[in-house]
Design a protein around this ligand. Structure first.
Ligand SMILES: NC(=O)c1ccc[n+]([C@@H]2O[C@H](COP(=O)([O-])OP(=O)(O)OC[C@H]3O[C@@H](n4cnc5c(N)ncnc54)[C@H](OP(=O)(O)O)[C@@H]3O)[C@@H](O)[C@H]2O)c1
Length: 174
């Protein structure tokens, strides 16, 4: 499993149910990285997508405990155990965790890599990504040159997790 996120210098990712920064070039990067893949997201993130609709050309798996939440075009997972069963047939590298705060916090240590668009700015926020610079097991393996999109500077960072856990480690904690 891998994670993909756009986070700022404070690892902020969202505010008021939406993303904070609008980086058209990074949206293209996200589309390229996730097309054809299996996406795992929380209900909050599904609701933040345009029209609250799943992303096309991808398998959209949505975590929600709310039985009323069953939008068309998505595969619902009501628990981490259900998620584990749903993603079992797919190659681990094809499964990408796309947010938001709650789901990153739950699954980050089960990810082997995180593709972090690091926006070189700060802004008011109410949702955050785990700080991988301080998280045991994680290290920054690659960072791109500084790019700019919509006047906002950012880099693409690849973090790798040297202590990646299987999902079963959190669904069946010992
Ligand atoms: N910058 C980025 O790259 C990026 C990416 C994604 C999202 N975001 C931002 O992040 C924010 C959304 O994040 P969020 O933390 O509010 O929401 P979220 O993580 O997307 O979804 C949270 C929901 O997931 C469900 N959930 C959580 N744990 C579960 C479990 N163990 N089993 C089953 N369901 C579970 C619950 O849904 P129910 O309440 O229905 O049970 C919970 O309310 C938005 O502002 C969005 O724009 C930013």
């Amino acid at each position: 499993m891998q994670a993909i996120v756009a986070a700022d210098l404070n690892f902020a990712i969202g505010c008021g149910g939406q993303m904070i920064y609008h980086l058209p070039e990074d949206l293209k990067f996200f589309a390229r990285m996730t097309r054809g893949k299996v996406l795992v997201m929380g209900r909050g993130t599904l609701e933040s997508l345009p029209g609250g609709k799943p992303l096309k050309d991808r398998v959209n798996i949505v975590l929600s405990r709310d039985a009323r939440c069953a939008p068309p075009g998505v595969v619902m997972a009501r628990s981490l155990s259900q998620l584990e069963a749903i993603i079992a047939p797919y190659p681990a590298d094809e499964v990408m965790v796309i947010g938001g705060q709650q789901i990153y916090a739950l699954l980050i240590d089960c990810c082997s890599q995180a593709h972090v668009t690091r926006v070189r700015a700060t802004a008011p926020a109410d949702r955050f990504f785990p700080n991988l610079d301080q998280r045991p097991g994680w290290e920054l393996a690659e960072e791109s040159p500084v790019y700019e999109s919509g006047g906002i500077p950012y880099t693409h960072c690849l973090y790798v997790n040297r202590q990646s856990k299987p999902l079963s480690a959190i669904t069946q904690p010992r």
